[in-house]
Design a protein around this ligand. Sequence first.
Ligand code: SF4
Ligand code: SF4
Length: 79
Amino acid sequence: MAFVILDPCRGEKAGECVSVCPVDCIEEGIKQFYIDPDICIDCGACKAVCPVSAIEEEYDLTPDQEKYLEEAEEFFANR
Ligand code: SF4
Ligand code: SF4
């Protein structure tokens, strides 16, 4: 399981989450930041600091939010 960044990040995108991640698995994309789901250790530190509540745990995603996990997987697969 991993944490996933959702679309509220697209209007903020200041990167507070990046500096608190203990495994350095958050990177900036063109539209928003993304969490590498293969490296995330589910600590929740990023979710606690996000000013726009853009970060959710994978198992809390609604069906229409699953696309953000897929986008993150594609982002890290295509780098
Ligand atoms: S803290 Fe939230 S809004 Fe800011 S870059 Fe991270 S996910 Fe995006
Ligand atoms: S839950 Fe922890 S390990 Fe995963 S992206 Fe957020 S800060 Fe990094």
